[in-house]
Design a protein around this ligand. Structure first.
Ligand SMILES: Cc1ncc(COP(=O)(O)O)c(C=O)c1O
Length: 402
């Protein structure tokens, strides 16, 4: 039997280029440069808003911080209640719902997008629903026209977590422009990076001002609306206007260094996305549909990781996939986004009734039989084809005996 070829395939590489580092060096070479949040952060926010197609953006130090201030702002504006929350997402999406004091109400996923299914979201809406917090998983568009129409008719805000899907579209329009507020992450492993970083984007001027304050200690002086600042000064004449803390929050600002890197990265985001999308097509076109799911909603997708989901719940096949990938030195993550079914995690098991995670069979399938593999911009399509050949050659997985 021939030995498995070694692919030496990491989850991510070459996501920071010389030109990004040179941009940072240029900043550092200035005499006495300002490194804390200043004009580069502002410029990055403006360039990001223009790229995305929104009015306002707030740069923060991570996608998780974007989640936290977004849910804090929702609570300030809408009061307590339920938030429809994905069972397949990153921990901070659920944590931000909990920390803001909302009750998370989960809705199972659509296997073709890995995002919450529209039908299941709509079933969970009650008079107490304050928002639908939808995560677009690993580049797939989880929106439907029906969901958008129903939420509009019921006046329920949509919050989009686009941390894994920069550049993906719905009906040709960028994800992150449909929601009331949308969140992005610039962690190293994502479509573009500021080392660590995140963005909150919105068209709503009221929430924009609240987000600016929530980013930095709740300080009123962080608002760039003079009328709002004046109102606070008038209402609290006993306070120094420099130190009016409107909300009990934290400091989740980023720095000029991260913003300079983001501005440099943003210039090639579309180009990198195109190459990644072309590679995803090679991946889905060449995988054996008898063994793996290949019917993902490709249209509008923008993916930084290949989603490998077994067609059948077959534990032995799963073990063979994992040992083959390890032997071939291909890095992967089981469970896909965030490690799979969040309801199985200790922090949620403590809060929910026993075995609540079993009520979400579609996310549970991905939890045990789904994986992702890196799709980075310098990856050659021929290598993606080789990866498919390797995966297709693993015996079994078709529902019958291997
Ligand atoms: C869907 C989603 N939301 C939020 C985050 C948090 O982003 P960060 O790692 O920048 O804190 C991630 C992280 O990978 C994510 O995948």
């Amino acid at each position: 039997m021939s030995a498995t070829p070694k692919f030496h395939w990491p989850l991510m590489q070459n996501n920071v280029l010389r030109e990004d580092l040179d941009a940072v060096i240029e900043l550092l070479q200035q005499t006495d440069p300002i490194l804390t949040q200043s004009k580069n952060v502002l410029a990055f926010e403006k360039e990001w808003s223009d790229w995305l197609g929104v009015k306002h953006s707030v740069f923060v130090n991570s996608g998780s911080s974007a989640n936290f201030i977004t849910l804090a702002a929702l609570k300030i504006l809408k009061g307590p209640g339920e938030v429809i929350t994905p069972p397949l997402t990153w921990v901070s999406d659920v944590a931000s719902v909990l920390h803001a004091g909302f009750e998370p109400v989960f809705a199972d996923i659509d296997p073709q997008t890995l995002g919450m299914s529209t039908g299941r979201i709509l079933e969970k809406i009650t008079p107490r629903t304050k928002a639908v917090f939808l995560t677009h998983i690993l580049g797939y568009d989880a929106l439907t026209d029906r969901l958008l129409a129903e939420l509009k008719a019921r006046d329920i805000p949509l919050i989009e977590d686009v941390c894994e899907s920069h550049g993906a579209t719905h009906n040709g329009r960028r994800l992150g422009t449909f929601g009331w507020v949308s969140n992005f992450s610039y962690y190293y492993a994502h479509h573009m990076t500021t080392i660590e970083g995140g963005m909150v984007s919105t068209d709503d001027p009221e929430v924009y001002q609240i987000l600016r304050m929530l980013r930095a200690h709740g300080l009123v002086r962080e608002s760039n609306d003079a009328a709002l600042r004046d109102t606070y000064s008038r209402d609290y004449p006993d306070l120094n206007p420099d130190f009016i803390f409107a909300y009990p929050t934290y400091n989740v600002r980023s720095t000029e260094i991260n913003a300079v890197m983001g501005r440099s990265q943003l210039r090639r985001l579309d180009d990198c996305n195109q190459r990644r999308t072309a590679n995803l097509k090679v991946f889905l076109d060449n995988l054996d549909p008898a063994k793996y799911r290949t019917d993902f909603k490709f249209e509008g997708s923008s993916n930084y990781a290949f989603t490998l989901v077994q067609k059948h719940a077959d534990e032995e096949f799963s073990q063979r996939i994992q040992s083959t990938l390890r032997e071939a030195v291909i890095e992967f993550r089981r469970g896909t986004s965030g490690g799979g079914n969040q309801l199985r995690q200790p922090y949620l098991r403590k809060l929910l009734k026993p075995n609540a995670f079993l009520e979400y069979p579609d996310v549970d399938h991905v939890h045990f039989f789904g994986y992702y593999i890196g799709n980075y911009p310098t990856l050659e399509p021929s290598r993606v084809k080789q990866l498919c050949d390797l995966l297709n050659s693993i015996p079994g997985g078709t529902g019958g005996a291997p």
